[in-house]
Design a binder for this molecule. Structure first.
Ligand code: NAD
Length: 341
């Protein structure tokens, strides 16, 4: 069984990917400093998969800790790098934290990976690199727009670091540009647990439905979209997790066409905020008080993925619906809050 290093493997997307890796016959090895996750996530992973991955509560900014993990696992076959600070708003307040964490961590990891001869590398990028796209759906060839936050900038800089390094070193990289991951594992044993007030729509919806928040704020209904609310491409986190396994296999089997490749990972379908809210109410039967407020600075009008390249080249397509993701997110929220209904 091949060992795969998963940084940030106890976080939201990382934990679901660890499950998908274990189910595909890999042995994930996790580094996570617990800055935005909890140790108990490991129990959820073990319950789902029957396998408890090796776990290091290490900080990737400390190069000696990264080195120690490569030394303890000399047969690593590849790396999936999720660990990063991810809050757009916080990145505006604390730019140095974001540049340090998201860039130094990558540099340490790359240096140690190359020293250890581990070359397949999957990177968590984001559709935020496209900004407000000139054309929809957005393809991978569309221009990367100037970043509107330090967080967004770190993703662009990281992609450049990886592209430049893969041009001269034996590194083989796939950058996955995620659209909007939502939902949870259907077992409700792992899911998304944001710290503080959620920045994303679906955790805000489920927390409001659970009574933790008085009402859902909908940021703007005057966008030039059919119902006036912003449009995004919501992808079930398990579909996203499986995309990592598919991309990893492409690198492990040497099927990559270039040493730095980029894929959009979305469903190819845009849904408005209002559609998500209505679907949640329909699917769960739970009342959801909401109020329209002004637009939130930095939000784009609409973005959804052209998934042709992922389908043709990777052989991956999202299989789950937005409704299913909302049901799973709600099961998870109820489990976390001990709600019986
Ligand atoms: N969730 C999204 O909507 C989204 C969208 C696009 C891209 N991404 C990217 O995907 C990746 C995973 O996102 P997520 O939503 O799972 O976030 P998350 O915060 O749940 O997971 C990241 C994990 O990395 C850990 N971590 C952070 N800094 C670390 C360090 N220096 N050393 C070790 N561990 C560290 C955190 O404790 C956390 O468990 C991130 O790189 C994020 O930027 C997320």
């Amino acid at each position: 069984m091949k060992e795969i290093l998963v940084t940030g493997g106890l976080g939201y997307i990382g934990s679901h990917t660890v499950v998908a890796l274990a189910e595909a016959g890999f042995r994930p090895v996790i580094i996570d400093d617990l800055s935005n996750s909890r140790r108990e996530v490991l129990d959820g992973i073990a319950q789902i998969t029957g396998f408890r991955p090796a776990f290091y509560a290490y900080d990737l900014r400390r190069r000696h800790q990264v080195k120690e993990v490569f030394e303890a696992h000399p047969d690593l076959a590849g790396i999936i790098h999720f660990a990063a600070s991810k809050y757009v708003g916080e990145s505006v307040e604390k730019p140095l934290l974001y540049y340090e964490n998201n860039i130094c961590s990558l540099l340490n990891l790359l240096n140690e990976a190359l020293a250890a001869g581990v070359h397949p590398f999957i990177f968590s990028s984001s559709c935020t690199v496209y900004g407000e796209p000139e054309q929809l759906p957005v393809t991978e060839d569309m221009p990367v727009q100037p970043a509107t936050s330090p967080y967004g900038n770190t993703k662009q800089i990281d992609e450049e670091i990886l592209r430049d390094t893969a041009a001269v070193e034996p590194l083989r990289v796939i950058a996955l540009r995620y659209f909007n991951p939502i939902g949870a594992h259907p077992s409700a044993l792992i899911g998304e647990l944001p710290v503080g007030v959620p920045q994303n729509l679906v955790p805000f919806i489920t927390q409001t439905a659970a009574g933790l928040r008085d009402e859902l704020k909908i940021f703007g209904n005057d966008y030039p979209t059919p119902d006036g609310t912003a449009i995004r491409d919501y992808i079930h986190v398990m579909d996203l997790a499986e995309a990592h396994v598919t991309a990893l296999n492409r690198l492990l089997e040497g099927r990559n066409k270039e040493n730095f490749e980029v894929f959009n990972i979305g469903t190819g379908k845009g849904s408005s905020v209002m559609e998500v809210v209505k679907t949640f109410i329909e699917e769960t039967g739970v009342d959801l008080p909401y109020r329209i407020t002004g637009r939130r600075p930095g939000d784009v009008t609409a973005v959804w993925a052209d998934t042709t390249r992922a389908r043709k080249e990777l052989g991956w397509t999202a299989r789950r619906t937005m409704a299913q993701a909302l049901r799973d997110a709600w099961q998870w929220e109820k489990k976390v809050r001990n709600i019986e209904k």
